[in-house]
Ligand binder design. Sequence first.
Ligand code: NAD
Ligand code: MG
Length: 402
Amino acid sequence: MGSRPQWVTVLGSTGSIGVSTLDVLARHPDRFSVFALTAQTRWEALASQCEAVKPRFAVVASDEHAALLRARLAECKVPTQVLSGAAALAEVAEASEVDTVMAAIVGAAGLLPSFAAVKAGKRVLLANKEVLVMAGGLFMTAARRAGAEVLPIDSEHNAIFQCLPLAGGLAAGLDLTQLGVRKILLTASGGPFRESDVSDLAAVTPQQACAHPNWDMGPKISVDSATMMNKGLEFIEACWLFNAAPRDIEVVIHPQSVIHSLVEYIDGSVLAQLGNPDMRTPIAHALGLPLRLASGVERLDLVNIARLDFQTPDDQRFPCLHLAQQAAGEGRTAPAVLNAANEEAVAAFLQQGLAFTDIARVIEATLGRVNLTEPDSLEVVQQADFEARVIARELIARHAFS
Ligand code: NAD
Ligand code: MG
């Protein structure tokens, strides 16, 4: 790294990953300056972040929130310029001054700004896994063409990345066979309902689903972890990031979330990355690469942890994982449809309009009603996303999915 500080844009800075990113950045003021911060509606939280880090730009979704944020920043004499709307998100991701973009918007809403960042050849720290699920082929191709570096922030993928040979290996475009990899072992905590009675799951409340035993995350990914759709999305994400086929990846339940994933080689070696479950580790890893940066994460106390357990996931308890693995095998727009139906079903569950166990039913029924196409442009992907949402919403409204 040169002597000049790197300019960083944090998309989704008010979320769980966004806040952890600002925490790591604040530990290294000599290395990083914040170019832009963005939020959807939480303009007051964004105002406090702007006061602390004084970014050049702040972006919110609506003009109304932009006006409120502008007034607040003027009162506090913070010189940040306030913008609004989807086009502004892309602008702060692709601006020529920016070196690194943290893509931490949740869901399909992050698609366009994440693409803007890779097309502009940035170092892209990708937390927003839904982008790879929807349009992984297009995203990785766009990154290669523009010379963008895509670094995984999802803790499992960051672990796998750390266990693969980077120099002369992954970075040189070799595939898993050429690297001597036999399997990628993707670990999963199993979420809060790993041991509940399957017959109790229909009555689960949003509050219970969001209470993850190991990780403190936003509401959508917390529900995804409880259904294990999160692992399904991560399965698809891993296929794109590491140029892997579905048969190359095995999901293993590991309730302690200490081993973040493993890579098994043909010589019998199995490499794992371990650490406390705190997203500041993968964030600091990707921000600093090739250097290691302090992250504020507590040291791993192995003696205190004492034991590490492993299990095979149960398809009956976690039908969403199986649906995602099937969609990965089917390819085309199946993962985009799965993702869209899941987003709609999770939103309905969070608003208490859908039972927890109906999330998988809505996704399966939606997949059964669409025609899959080749995702050869972003427009095709967005159309598949749109159509799947219309179908899923209608199924939810009519309660017509079982
Ligand atoms: P969150 O809900 O806490 O935060 C989401 C952020 O995105 C917020 O800043 C919000 O303002 C912004 N946002 C939401 N909808 C938007 C829209 N329509 N337009 C513009 N901005 C919008 O979510 P999170 O837990 O931080 O997760 C972010 C992403 O990172 C997700 O894709 C998630 O799967 C992934 N991820 C999160 C964790 C974690 O520990 N939280 C771990 C791995 C991966
Ligand atoms: Mg993860």
